[in-house]
Write a protein that binds this ligand. Structure first.
Ligand code: AMP
Length: 404
């Protein structure tokens, strides 16, 4: 692999390719400045759409986007038409978000044929996510053949977990030959938010213990000890742990056999129900937390129960993460729900007095951006810290290339 010098001031083109969507951002690794963002949706369907945003202005087009190759063509057209000009503001690297790196990838890697081959072998671990990521990488390699390309894994941050935290109590053969274990996800978010939280506390990261609650459509908690993940709520797949938009979080492992016996449910049906029909959607028919909050405010019983189930599960995981850490310095809320739902944060923190957290209700109600939401007397701090996965991916990419 040639190691051409990379200009550290050059922006990184961050790519998050799914099976039917392509999200991108041109971002500076040193400052986090976003030069353009874009989203191409419904790839493979007749009614594709693309949004490219520069300087706060959205440029929207609707057209068929045949496949990932067509999506990248559209991406280059968007940059050429609406800027920034990729010849003048040339990216120094392409950073790809990859969901599952298995136990193989404990850190960010430069993509070559061998890495791609390993990613293909890992597809059974993340059949819903990795194929889209791989398609994005393959086309990006053709579109930008002269740029170094880097894979940043959602799972890598959690490779520091001790065996006691990542081992499931299941038969040895499953663990040894099928790689069955906890991997954890949202690693770039947990890494970014835990680091920012230490900075906001004014403490060295190495001496700071944080529980990060990443609460979006997908949700996970992470116990971060001195900047290293030591436990997390998601497992082999992104289904375990907290209640999510359409995923249930923790369940009795006896459920599939029970449902198969009493209703003849097949495994594919079960898989679909757990990925798409559970969580908030299963509880209240709506996967969007804003709608749940609105309905709860109007007295809707299903939405009220859904909110309470989400809170109960969060309290359980926060409590166990704090005990795993032994000493807790801060709790950080992030992602769509964590950054925006005053009520959810209040409901969780009101039950966290035992941990030494005292909620500052006013700060919580008016929180915008990075905000401390615990009182100044609170023994353990609580923060809202907006996540920035694209910046973290850009930083990871540039750090790797600077040292390779
Ligand atoms: P994410 O996956 O991080 O984009 O988060 C998506 C989730 O955040 C959805 O359930 C949204 O309903 C929720 N969300 C976004 N904005 C708000 C808000 N202002 N209040 C409550 N929930 C929100």
């Amino acid at each position: 692999m040639p190691s051409d010098p990379v200009d550290p001031a050059a922006p990184v083109l961050v790519i998050n390719a799914g099976s039917s969507s392509l999200k991108y951002q041109l971002v500076r690794a040193d400052t986090g400045q976003s030069l353009a963002t874009g989203l191409i949706e419904r790839i493979g369907l007749d009614d594709g759409s693309a949004r490219h945003t520069v300087d706060g202005t959205d440029h929207v087009t609707e057209q068929e986007v045949r496949d990932h190759a067509a999506a990248f063509e559209l991406l280059t057209v968007q940059f050429a038409e609406h800027g920034p000009d990729l010849r003048e503001t040339a990216p120094g690297a392409v950073g790809h978000r990859v969901v599952h790196g298995g136990a193989k990838f404990a850190s960010t890697v430069r993509i070559d044929d061998e890495v791609l081959e390993t990613l293909r072998r890992l597809v059974p671990l993340a059949p819903l996510h990795n194929p889209g990521n791989i398609a994005g990488i393959e086309v990006a390699l053709e579109t930008f053949p002269d740029l170094p390309q880097v894979a940043v894994f959602d799972t890598a941050f959690h490779q520091t977990m001790p065996a006691a935290a990542f081992t499931y109590a299941v038969p040895l053969a499953w663990r040894q030959t099928l790689n069955i274990r906890r991997y954890g996800f949202h690693g770039t978010s947990h890494a970014y938010v835990s680091r920012r939280t230490a900075e906001l506390l004014g403490r060295p990261l190495e001496e700071t213990n944080v529980v990060v609650l990443h609460l979006g459509n997908g949700a996970s908690s992470c116990a971060v000890e001195g900047g290293r993940s030591v436990d997390t709520s998601m497992g082999l797949t992104p289904l375990e742990g907290l209640v999510m938009g359409t995923r249930p979080g923790d369940l009795d492992p006896g459920l599939p056999a029970h449902l198969s016996r009493v209703s003849g449910l097949t495994l594919p049906e079960f898989d679909h129900a757990l990925n798409k029909e559970s969580g908030l959607k299963g509880l209240a028919g709506d996967s969007d937390f804003r709608a749940i909050e609105q309905r709860r405010a109007d007295g809707d019983e299903e939405a009220t129960l859904a909110f309470d189930v989400v809170v109960q599960q969060l309290v359980r995981h926060l409590g166990s993460s704090a005990l795993v850490l032994g000493r807790l310095d801060a709790v950080a809320f992030t992602a769509g729900i964590g950054e925006n739902s005053t009520e959810l944060r209040a409901a969780v923190l009101q039950r966290a007095g035992l941990l030494g957290i005292e909620l500052d209700a006013d700060a919580n109600a008016t929180a915008r951006g990075e905000t401390r939401i615990s009182t100044t007397d609170s023994a353990v701090a609580a923060f809202v810290v907006p996540t920035n996965e694209e910046w973290e991916i850009a930083r990871e990419a540039m750090q790797l290339l600077a040292h390779s």
